[in-house]
Ligand binder design. Sequence first.
Ligand code: ZN
Length: 315
Amino acid sequence: MSNNNFQQPVKIAFLICAIAWLLILSAADGALARIRVVTTTEDLAAIAREVGGGLIQVESITRGVQDTHFIEAKPSFMLKVNRADLLIHQGLGLEIGWLPLLVTGGRNPQVLEGQPGNLDLSRAIVPIEVPTGEVGRHMGDVHPEGNPHYPLDPENGPLMAGAIAQRLAELDPKHQSAYQENQRRFANRIAAKLPEWKKRLAAVGPRVVVTYHPTWNYFLKRFGIENAGTLEPLPGVPPSPAHLGRLAETMKQRNVKVILQANYFETRNAELLAKKTGARVLSMPVSVGGAPGVENYFSLFDMLVERLAEALRQP
Ligand SMILES: [Zn+2]
């Protein structure tokens, strides 16, 4: 018997032991396993954390400083999708340019559309700006199903949390009451903050702004502030000199003093417009994680309300 042959049974025994040990480890891990939630945006991750607490583990694919309409479908994101028990997305076409690629590349049957592991949160809210009649490229690049920026209405927060609580309870029925209780607590905190935010924005001057993109329309609608126009001629189409010229006229006629834009857009065009009209540019985060100190859904609105109120109060 050669030396090699003698070692073979030892190797096999060792392998069997190693496999058994791995199985024991993975069973122990299973007992402690938390539901793996992957969200497309940091807003959704923040709300999922409010609902799931320590029972889930949450990761967002994008960062709050990114323009979520346009994200590169990286292999590392596919890996996140591959390992997810629940994929939560914003829907209404926001992630259309990249999420289908991640779902295909992720090869995880649990999170395919229509499966319990796939949650489109736009079904939980009432969308605004849903086009009527024929939809086509003439309407712009990015919003053919209505405005997808609904997390910026704080009253949508509890609706989103409700849909997450319900889905988590389906996936993990033994913790149903914990998810429901967390959702109720979150909704109560929003209900307590909302009058404070409304009061802060009610005590300002002209209640009209222009914005770069329709990102802000849910927020503005909730607080009774008008959007007199966008720097983009159509959603997703960059500003043109002719369009900006017309917008400057509108701003002068309407006495618009604030140009509101997400902090991931270039500010050159807004600055030009500000110079022409005497307005000021307010470049702000539009998501949890979009700026230092904006670490949850509440601090996002605290910052937006405070800074917009201050800008609108300026003479
Ligand atoms: Zn958009």
